[in-house]
Design a protein around this ligand. Structure first.
Ligand SMILES: [Cu+2]
Length: 287
């Protein structure tokens, strides 16, 4: 074998190894839609678990109502058919019936309202969050600012298809971004959202049960606490203009140690002093 050939093979091997290392993802791709999916995506946060259980309760209630109406309808068609009931009744009032069909729907609405409001307030405010991520919708990309961890900002833009195939082929088409929002696993993170420019956007990650409309000049709050490491995806869910369909949301959930490392790296890149760890970071301040 000639020296040139050996060098060529070695070169190809090195490229393969480097290529593999470059493409290997530290976390699995978990929160992604798949073909023939029905129903909600799997729940990855406590909020989404409750969204699913409220949905299941509503499904039972709505099925019982539909069944009841269907049975009444079929019975009326059969019982009051002209052949069986040639002389129509002249009844116009029935006090008992009228009270019943007013009170029963009210009770049903109250049964729905109690868990519904409970969930609304549960998802609205984070209890003891470790830190805050400020999400800003731009035309047409997202920025993630970490004000409690040194105040650095990450810009997150869709990866053009050629770059996705080269850099992150495991990521779904049209959902891969150059820089994901990164959060530590099992940690309550407050998410506040706003927008710049002249349009609203929607920061939505279905597996997290979060869908925040972000509006210029306002702050909207939510929170996440993701139980499993991995990549999660969502899309802008508020029509915002030309490239609305090209501003995906990608969140990378990593171990706490890896998160500290990532924060240090981002702070250094932004010319800020290295962080210690996020748990001992300065508490949130009003800004
Ligand atoms: Cu949009």
């Amino acid at each position: 074998m000639s020296g040139k050939r050996v060098l060529g093979i070695l070169g190809a091997l090195a490229m393969a190894v480097l290529g593999f290392a470059g493409n290997a993802l530290a976390q699995p791709v978990v929160g992604v839609p798949h073909d023939w999916q029905t129903n909600f995506p799997p729940a990855f946060t406590p909020v989404m678990e409750r969204v699913e259980s409220l949905n299941n309760l509503l499904l039972v209630i709505i099925s019982l109502i539909c069944l009841f109406v269907l049975v009444l309808l079929v019975y009326a068609v059969w019982r009051f058919h002209a052949s069986r009931n040639s002389a129509a009744t002249t009844t116009t009032h029935n006090t008992f019936l009228e009270i019943a069909w007013t009170v029963v729907p009210i009770l049903i609405l109250v049964i729905i309202a109690i868990p519904s409001f409970r969930l609304l307030y549960y998802s609205d405010k984070a209890v003891d969050p470790a830190f805050t991520v400020k999400v800003t919708g731009n035309q047409w990309y997202w920025t993630y600012n970490y004000p409690d961890l040194g105040d650095f900002t990450v810009e997150s833009r869709i990866l053009p298809e050629a770059d996705r195939l080269k850099q992150k082929p495991q990521m779904p088409r049209l959902l891969a971004v150059d820089e994901e929002m990164v959060v530590p696993v099992g940690t309550t993170v407050r998410v506040i959202g706003t927008a710049v420019g002249n349009s609203m956007h929607g920061w939505t990650v279905p597996g997290f049960g979060i869908k925040k409309t972000v509006i210029p000049g306002r702050l909207n709050e939510g929170w996440i606490n993701v139980a499993k490491e991995g990549y999660y995806f969502g899309q802008c869910s508020q029509i915002c203009g030309d490239n609305h369909s090209y501003m995906p949301i990608a969140v990378r959930v990593v171990s706490k140690a890896e998160f500290d490392k990532w924060v240090d790296q981002k702070k250094k890149a932004a010319g800020l002093a290295p962080a210690t760890d996020f748990a001992s970071a300065t508490p949130p301040v009003n800004r």
